[in-house]
Ligand binder design. Sequence first.
Ligand code: ZN
Length: 114
Amino acid sequence: MHELSIAENLIEMLEENGLTHHFKKVTKITLEIGVLAGIESSSLYFCFDAVAKNTLAEGAQLVIQSKPAIGICQHCQQQVSTFGWYEPCEHCGQLCVKILQGEEMIIKSLEVEN
Ligand SMILES: [Zn+2]
């Protein structure tokens, strides 16, 4: 399961952050996930809760915000709001859209307690 390893990495990152920034508990975490990242929010919520048990993030509220994908057409050089890799450009219809944003996952904010 893809989401399980993402949740595990996330917890590892939080634990490292906890050591560096001296906090002992995470109460809320907000993630921004690109629509093309291939991450299923519902299963990430589930995996996060499971993996967070007995860590500093146990019981933390996970908020997932999706981030739209943005591409640039390499034919007409216009920006397009794309939904996949094989979609034609909405301006000229050519199949040469390069994805600029939408495949990433970032931690947008963290709420912690000492
Ligand atoms: Zn185009």
